[in-house]
Design a protein around this ligand. Structure first.
Ligand SMILES: [Zn+2]
Length: 135
């Protein structure tokens, strides 16, 4: 998918369908140039507090679920999804998800005992196989 200025405009305005939005997000994630272009468009529009983060946060579909954040903490997701959530937390800086994650970290500390940790890891590996693949 070739991301044109028109598509970025539609993305900002929330005029894309779900599939298109996911494609644009993926393209943005992979291209710093495209991110810069998006930032420029937003700046030139003078949209006040509409930062990229604000736009992303408005897009609920880009937020991982609590279960996914928990799996993210345990690195029990496929690499693509781990990468996406890392991007969502660190680049987008989604405050809702960051708060969720620190909440989960407090509620579910990793076992200290190495044997328990291994068991925990095995359990996660098994549940990863059982879980339906996202997207
Ligand atoms: Zn989020």
């Amino acid at each position: 998918m070739n991301i044109t200025r028109q598509i970025l405009d539609a993305f900002i305005d929330d005029h894309l369908n779900e599939q298109e939005t996911i494609k644009v997000e993926k393209a943005l994630r992979e291209s710093p140039e495209l991110q810069a272009q998006l930032t420029d468009i937003i700046k030139s529009r003078d949209m006040g507090d509409h930062s990229i983060g604000a736009i992303w946060r408005r897009e609920h579909l880009s937020c991982p679920s609590r279960e996914e954040l928990l799996s993210y903490q345990d690195e029990a997701l496929d690499l693509d999804r781990l990468d996406y959530i890392k991007f969502h937390l660190e680049t987008v800086g989604c405050r809702a998800c960051k708060a969720n994650l620190s909440d989960l970290k407090n509620a579910n500390p990793l076992p200290e005992d190495p044997a328990l940790r291994k068991k925990h890891q095995q359990f996660l590996e098994n549940s990863k196989i059982l879980l339906p693949k996202k997207n």
